[in-house]
Design a protein around this ligand. Sequence first.
Ligand SMILES: [Zn+2]
Length: 297
Amino acid sequence: MGEHFGKCALCWNETVLELSHIVPKLVIRELKKTSVGAIRNTANPNGTVQDGEKDYMLCGDCEDLFNVYETEFAKAVFHPYVRGESDTFNYDEKLFYLLTSISWRSLYQDLLDFVPNHVVGIDALECLIESEKIMRDFLLHKRTDIGTIENHIFFFDQVISMEGTEHGISSAEARPNETMHRSVSSYTSCDEVGNTYFTITNMMGLVLITYYKLGPNERLVNTKVVNGIGTIAAKNQQMQSSACGEFSYMMQNATEAASSMSENQKQKAIERIKKVGEDIVNSAAYKDWVNDQNIKR
Ligand SMILES: [Zn+2]
C-alpha cells in the first residue's frame, strides 16, 4: 500500500491523505461488536461490509482534530443511547462541532457526485455549495457559527406503530427497528418542492439531520442541538419533515437487499447465527427482531 497524496478536503494542504470514515469509526465498531453476524451491506447484499464507507479525504492533522470530538460524543451520547443506559444527554459546544463535522464530510462527498451529474436543481446546488463552505470555515475555527444551518438529533426509538404504506413498502415487510438500529448510512437529500435540503446520517437509531434549508411545512420538536450547552432527550420528540420519507427509503433498501440475497449467503448467515447459539436471545439484534414482530399494524 503506497501513500496517497492529494488536497485535504478541510485545510486544503497538499499532503498525504488518510482513509477517512464518513460515519465515525466508533459507530462502525459498536455495530460490529453487537452484531450476531457480519454487517449487511444494503448496496451489495452478497458481500459483507468489513468497515464503513471510507475515502481519501483528510490529512492526518484534520483527522486528529475530529477524533477528539468523536471520543467525547461516544462517551456523552452515543454509547449511553445505543446501549440503553440513558435517554437524557447533557452536552456542550463539542457536540455541535462533531455533528457539523459528520454532515460536512457526507455533504462534501455528495457534492463530488451532485456537481457533475446534475442530481439536484441549481437553487439546491447553490445552497449546498454555500453550506459546505460555511461548515468548513466553522470546522477550521474561521467562524464561530454556521449561520442558518441547523443540527437536529432524532432518536429512532422503538417504533410501536406504523401507518399504511409508503414508497411501495408495506409495514408488514418493513423491519424498522432492525433496519435503523442495525445499520449506518449517510447521504444528502433535497426536497425541492418543500424547499428543504438536508444531510441525514443514521448511526444505529441515532439520526442526525443537518438542515441547510428548512421549508415552511417542517415541524420539529425537541430535536434541535444548539451551539453551546444544552440537553437532548430520547423522548417527547416530534417530527413532521421531508426527512421522514428517508426512513421509508432506508427500510425499502434493507428489504430489497434481504430479498436479493443469494441462497449461499442466506446459508452463511444462518450458520453464523447457529454458532452464536444461546447468546442470541441476549443480543441487541435479537431484541430488535422481537420488537419488529410486535409492531402494531
Ligand atoms: Zn487537513
